[in-house]
Design a protein around this ligand. Structure first.
Ligand SMILES: Cc1ncc(COP(=O)(O)O)c(C=O)c1O
Length: 384
């Protein structure tokens, strides 16, 4: 089985016929495999919290909940989806740079651990809380190991967290609050990183930062949240993340930082959900224009916006066709020349042919612009 595609050609054909196109399909087996493979290498003191923004399909959330996952939410909508899972306390987190008072109120009522992004979060939580509330402080570090990628934004200005150099002033203000206690750190500094050594370098730098903060300011951290960022391959030549190296490296870090006795948290979205999804769409037209062959599909950036936003294309195959490879530009049906899904080489295509985009279980439909042009929202099939 091609690891880029959760379903083989016969399964893709059957799914397209059963659910109609365009559609998404998610493999419960593959999603479970991702979670169990990662869990198996992690030290017991690492908690896995699935980043719901990657894919909030209820069956996927239920499956991960059954397997013991915690959840990272970033809106009231995501909190409500996780609330429906009726989890025990301590398994839900709430992050986001623009939390409104009703969202904070809801998170407090649900006993969710909040990642405070700055003074406004701390002050609002303090005003809303009826008693002591432990929160994690999200810090935007000065180091830039993530190479300034477009998702995290590198070490420059950021809407996320409090800049590392401003932490001392913020802590002094936070000491005046009645209810809020900073009991953890949150740093998210990587995205789609398939190099375990680079991830571990970031995690090591975060633990060093945590130690400096605890030593300098007398803080005690129950949790250090290392964010997401675990990468997956999007092309045959891309090597997968070395999970054994990641797990071993995290064990080594915990040993090296024996001052820290709390739990580490990882919040992967892409790693846990990406590989389980395919997006299926049929060719509507093939058009030559001034030397470029456009293959116009039933769906475009209304369903898969990620490549346009980040420059990371999803892998694509022509279902049931392998002969020949011609360069084509994949376009969607929307009335904007931004509606492109990639410049790729595919076999000769004709109207009605089925394309499958692989590894679309994360940041696929959850990030699509489904309202734009009001095409029907594609069905999402959960296959177990
Ligand atoms: C706070 C937070 N945690 C976790 C994630 C998940 O990241 P990834 O899908 O790269 O693992 C994100 C993604 O934007 C995030 O903002």
């Amino acid at each position: 089985m091609d690891p880029l595609f959760a379903f083989d050609d016969a399964q893709c054909q059957a799914l397209a016929e059963a659910h109609g196109t365009p559609c998404f399909a998610y493999s419960g087996r593959v999603a479970e495999g991702q979670l169990l493979a990662l869990r198996a290498v992690l030290p017991a003191r690492v908690r896995l919290a699935f980043a719901v923004k990657a894919n909030s399909h209820p069956a996927l959330l239920r499956r991960f909940a059954t397997l013991g996952a915690s959840f990272d939410c970033a809106s009231i909508g995501e909190l409500e989806k996780v609330e429906a899972l009726a989890l025990p306390p301590g398994r839900t987190f709430f992050a986001g740079p623009g939390k409104r008072a009703p969202e904070l109120q809801r998170a407090l009522a649900l006993g969710v651990r909040i990642q405070a992004e700055g003074w406004e979060d701390l002050a609002r939580i303090d005003a809303l809380a009826g008693g002591e509330v432990a929160v994690n402080l999200r810090v935007h570090p000065a180091f830039d190991i993530a190479e300034g990628n477009r998702i995290i934004g590198g070490s420059g200005p950021s809407a996320f967290g409090v800049d590392e150099e401003d932490v001392p002033e913020l802590l002094a203000r936070a000491a005046t609050l009645r209810h809020v206690r900073i009991r953890g750190l949150h740093v998210f500094a990587a995205s789609n990183q398939r190099d375990a050594a680079k991830l571990l370098a970031i995690h090591g730098a975060v633990l060093d930062l945590a130690r400096r903060l605890c030593e300098t300011h007398g803080l005690v951290f129950e949790q250090i949240d290392l964010g997401g960022g675990l990468g997956v391959p999007y092309a045959a030549e891309e090597a997968p993340l070395d999970l054994v190296a990641l797990g071993q490296g995290l064990s080594n870090l915990l040993e090296r930082h024996s001052w820290f006795t709390g739990e580490l948290i990882l919040e992967p979205g892409r790693f846990l959900a990406g590989p389980c999804g395919v997006y299926l769409a049929r060719v509507v037209r093939v058009k030559e224009s001034r030397g470029t062959r456009f293959v116009i599909l039933e769906g475009g950036i209304n369903h898969l916006l990620r490549p346009l936003l980040t420059g990371q294309p999803f892998p694509v195959k022509a279902v049931g066709k392998t002969e020949g490879q011609v360069p084509v530009t994949l376009a969607g049906p929307l009335c904007t020349s931004l509606d492109r899904l990639g410049d790729v080489r595919l076999p000769e295509l004709a109207p009605g042919d089925l394309l499958a985009f692989g590894t679309t279980g994360a940041y696929g439909l959850s990030e699509g612009m489904t309202h734009f042009l009001s095409h029907p929202v594609p069905p999402e099939a959960w296959v177990d």
